[in-house]
Design a protein around this ligand. Structure first.
Ligand code: FAD
Length: 411
């Protein structure tokens, strides 16, 4: 017990405070966040373009924090940590405000990557991570004719679909040969690409921007690609992945390597400090964690589930973080749901559904079902999650038979 300080008032930090209280943490809990808004959900920021207010995105009701005696401190950026041993120490904010703590949780999230190329700081070259970014993006979208999205990952494609739906001419530029290259099979990428093209979005793969060109007033007017092509653009959204916010941890001497390195109990290298959510680099929590690997997971599911597991560490009944990671992405008419974590080398069994755009790619490793990518196939997604969480399977040869619903193959 004692004072529990959580730095970062996002999805993971709020869940941790809430779970720690629920599990019986007796002492004071303080959650400090750098943003001025009450903690909110980020996924809607890139989806169905939002005339949403910060209030409508709130993760918890107004009364939640006082009812659970969780101190919520907003608009304070923790700048320095002093770890004095056995997990205790002091945190100092840029304003000079200071908190001593007996246990510390770092839930500092991630920052969007930017491109180190000419014109990267022109007006109209944007990234999307927080409410402020979303407000700026929405303002631009109501006035511009051409949008170039750099990066064909989830956020880029969600914004592209939302922008095209409101009549903005949209081009997606992806350096890899396929969309969502790091995360889904090429079969799934093709289905998604076809749907975006059908919605009028231009998709260019295997090409990257060389520079952003500005007009007289410092505003972007075009994107020049490395093959020399120039795309007109009054707005550019850079969605090239995010970098973990691990500066505080590094400066405090905690081991960091693409995020704050933690074990299955979310403990950092000092054996006391906890790190969770987008900022953490953790052992793969999947039920079939072969090959053994470490990774960062940027999803609501991970923020919530890792925080829940980490709370058990704090209250002295540690349970390792295990689970089947899952993720969703809404892109125009497509609802993509992914269960499990595939490797590029995993086999793919494709089931094409009867409705247009309906597609499921089952992923197998050494004959074991390890993941699935489901497009507009929520029933398949539920079956796969069930299989993976209950150590059941979908035999590979039978699963390819699309005349039989997937759930009938579950054994
Ligand atoms: P965050 O939610 O980023 O919270 C970290 C907080 O810590 C921030 O508020 C930050 O300001 C604060 N902070 C950082 N450093 C300090 C400091 N030194 N002092 C004080 N405060 C600090 N996931 C899905 O599963 N499905 C989706 O469809 C999906 N869509 C997304 C769309 C967008 C546009 C974005 C940006 C993310 C999306 N995600 C989605 C990812 C998901 O939102 C993140 O994985 C999740 O928010 C991670 O939670 P977190 O608490 O680790 O980090």
């Amino acid at each position: 017990t004692g004072h529990l300080l959580v730095v970062g008032a996002g999805q993971a930090g709020v869940q941790l405070a809430s779970s720690a209280r629920e599990l019986g943490w007796q002492g004071p809990i303080t959650v400090v966040g750098a943003e001025p808004h009450a903690p909110y959900a980020r996924p809607p920021l890139s989806k169905a373009f939002p005339r949403r207010t910060a209030d409508s995105l709130s993760l918890r009701s107004d009364g939640f924090y006082s009812e659970n005696t969780i101190g919520l401190v907003l608009d304070e950026h923790v700048e320095h940590l002093d770890l004095t041993g056995r997990g205790a120490g002091t945190a100092t904010a840029a304003s000079g405000r200071r908190w001593s703590f007996d246990r510390l949780v770092l839930a500092t999230g991630a920052v969007p990557g930017r491109l180190p190329i000419e014109g990267a700081h022109l007006d109209g070259v944007l990234v999307l991570r927080d409410i402020h970014d979303a407000e700026v993006l929405t303002r631009y979208l109501s006035t511009v004719e051409n949008l170039v999205v750099v990066g064909g990952g989830f956020i880029g494609l969600e914004v592209a679909a939302s922008a095209a739906a409101v009549g903005v001419r949209t081009t997606v530029v992806e350096a890899a040969p396929a969309l969502m290259n790091r995360v889904v099979s090429t079969d799934t990428a093709k289905v998604v690409e076809a749907a975006h093209r059908a919605a009028g979005i231009r998709v260019l793969t295997g090409v990257r921007p060389r520079r952003f060109i500005g007009g007289n007033h410092g505003a972007v007017t075009a994107v020049e690609l490395d093959d020399g092509v120039r795309l007109p653009a009054q707005l550019v959204l850079v969605g090239v992945g995010a970098r973990p916010r691990d500066e505080l941890a590094r400066a405090a001497g905690l081991h960091c390597d693409d995020g704050i390195v933690v074990d299955a109990f979310s403990l950092a290298s000092d054996g006391h400090t906890i790190a969770i959510g987008d900022c953490a680099n953790l052992p793969d929590p999947s039920p079939i964690p072969r090959p053994a690997r470490r990774l960062r997971l940027e999803s609501v599911d991970n923020a919530v589930e890792q925080a829940r597991a980490a709370a058990t560490t704090l209250v002295g009944s540690p349970q390792p973080y295990r689970g089947v990671p899952w993720f969703w992405s809404d892109q125009g008419s497509l609802k993509l749901q992914i269960a499990g974590l595939a490797c590029a080398s995993d086999d793919v069994v494709v089931r094409t559904g009867s409705r247009p755009g309906q597609h499921t790619a089952l992923r197998y490793r050494d004959g074991h079902l390890v993941a699935a990518e489901c497009v507009n196939s929520p029933a398949d997604f539920l079956v796969v999650r069930k299989a993976l969480t209950r150590s059941m399977t979908l035999p590979r040869d039978a699963a390819a038979d699309t005349t039989v619903p997937l759930k009938k193959h579950l054994v």
